[in-house]
Design a protein around this ligand. Sequence first.
Ligand SMILES: O=C(O)[C@H](O)[C@@H](O)[C@H](O)[C@H](O)COP(=O)(O)O
Length: 325
Amino acid sequence: MAFSSTAFLSTVRTLPAQVPLLRPISLSTPLTSKLFVCKHPISALRSTGVSSLTNHLNPARLVLKRKASMTGVVTDKGKGDIKVFDSEEDLAVSLAKYIANISDKFAKERGAFTVALSGGSLIKSLRKLVDLPHLSSVDWEKWHVFWVDERVVPKDHPDSNYLLACDGLLSKIPLHPGNVYAINDALSAKGAADDYETCLKHLVQNQTLAVSESGFPKFDLILMGMGPDGHVASLFPGHPLVQENKQWVASIENSPKPPPERITFTFPVINASAHIAVVAAGASKAHPVHVAVGDGQNPDLLPVQLVSPEGELAWFLDKEAASKL
Ligand SMILES: O=C(O)[C@H](O)[C@@H](O)[C@H](O)[C@H](O)COP(=O)(O)O
């Protein structure tokens, strides 16, 4: 079912530094000999287990609609669907289903599904996508995978979001290697951001990527984690990049979260999406969640409060992250 991880990596991640676009459309150019192998072998098909329900939320504050494995769902126009799960395991099961449904819709409607990933614990929460039924039912051939943000390090570096996604997901699903859009890690942060933006423009032109009314690329789905300080992508509290409204992809050389050099989608691109899911688990996320979707206060605006897609917003929270709601 899945292809060889070594073949996948050798195709996607070893392009020479000068190749301007990120997808390996210039495979006539010889690849370098340096390969690395994903830590995990192609996954065996595993079965899922869904744990039972308990309502931990205060019904006076949240209007609950029961769903399997979920403690509650609140729909607040502007804040999105807030889904709270008993456990991160339940969250992962539901997240996989949500992604599979959106993938199905766009694969049928547009013949392509464009999805952008952040780094961090999100990738672990995507693990159920490689379980049945999704592994066999999702139309992986239609997937085009991007990064909302990336650390400007070699792709085999432990800090690489590409490597994280490869190990946790990409090597386990039968994607077309040409549809995985990694950064050019041989460039400076500024060069890599410009290069990625050029790549997106090319994909808008050839209609792989949709375009929003505002003229920004419109991803079918953006999947994002959130930091305990309320950052999303590599848009950090108080950083001027939070205000960027022209560039599609920006560089940052002084990220407060290491490593310092990164590239990131800007808010106009993030908010042009058809769907955004913000995924947060653990008590360290309770404060920014409280501020973004509850009545919590913070002296300064948190970047996560600026997530407001043209399309639909969904929050996938475990009960610890939702503990202040
Ligand atoms: O590359 C990165 O650093 C990420 O894209 C970043 O935005 C991440 O998603 C959050 O920091 C949440 O990370 P955790 O889920 O690991 O807390």
